[in-house]
Design a protein around this ligand. Structure first.
Ligand SMILES: C[S@@+](CC[C@H](N)C(=O)[O-])C[C@H]1O[C@@H](n2cnc3c(N)ncnc32)[C@H](O)[C@@H]1O
Length: 211
């Protein structure tokens, strides 16, 4: 029986890849590395069996199960503890906790807060991925203090979120942190009105504060 190493590779650039994560991926006992395109691109020079995975969680779990005899490195963006494949792996009846090793990474959320020079101890974190937007609207309405952090995706981008919140009579002070830590990083701060007509990719984090 092999082990499953769930490794957080940070926001996506070498600069924020920890030594522990880098060493874990390159460790000689790893037989297969699985991850998204961006994550795998950090390990172009690592000569190991690699498998590019998409977003279909069941397919990924099945692949891991099929290769249980091997030691597998599963790469996640940011930190595995935040909206990643780690949760379904831990919840799966197919794998025991003893078979799983977790190597933390720098979350894109951590880096976003560092960039906007603020703390995140009073933040609530949500994702729009695979969730109904009404959940996000409800959270924004209920936000009395602190920060609401929204992880976006290509379907529900920051401009679309701004539009939906405004339509529901909610206005906030917002930060949009797109591709944080990457060469095409874009940061914007303003009220939702100024965000709804701009274009952002789904690889963004929105931080909302009350006005
Ligand atoms: C499946 S979640 C994984 C979050 C990750 N585990 C973390 O700790 O950052 C993917 C979402 O994280 C956010 N994200 C990941 N990397 C990012 C980056 N470099 N810049 C902005 N947002 C990022 C985006 O909202 C993206 O859709």
């Amino acid at each position: 029986m092999g082990k499953i190493f769930v490794i957080g590779i940070g926001p996506g650039s070498e600069k924020y890849l920890t030594k522990a994560a880098n060493d874990a991926v390159k460790n000689e006992k790893i037989d297969i590395i699985i991850g998204g395109k961006r994550a795998l691109s950090l390990f172009k020079n690592v000569k190991k069996n690699k498998k590019t995975i998409g977003k279909n969680i069941n397919k990924i779990l099945k692949f891991i199960e099929k290769n249980r005899a091997k030691n597998i490195a599963v790469l996640t963006s940011g930190d595995p503890g935040l909206f990643s494949i780690l949760k379904p792996i831990l919840a799966s009846a197919s794998f025991s906790k003893d078979e799983v090793e977790i190597i933390p990474g720098i979350s894109a959320v951590q880096l976003a807060f560092a960039k906007i020079k603020d703390t995140w101890e009073d933040a609530e974190l949500i994702t729009v991925h695979g969730r109904d937007v009404s959940l996000m609207i409800g959270k924004a309405k209920a936000q009395k203090k602190g920060k609401l952090v929204i992880l976006t995706d290509s379907k529900t981008t920051p401009n679309l979120i701004a539009e939906k919140l405004l339509k529901n009579g909610i206005n906030k002070h917002a930060f949009v942190c797109e591709n944080v830590g990457l060469e095409n990083e874009k940061m914007l701060e303003g009220e939702l009105e100024s965000i709804k007509n701009k274009k952002f990719s789904g690889n963004s984090i929105m931080i909302l504060k009350n006005l």
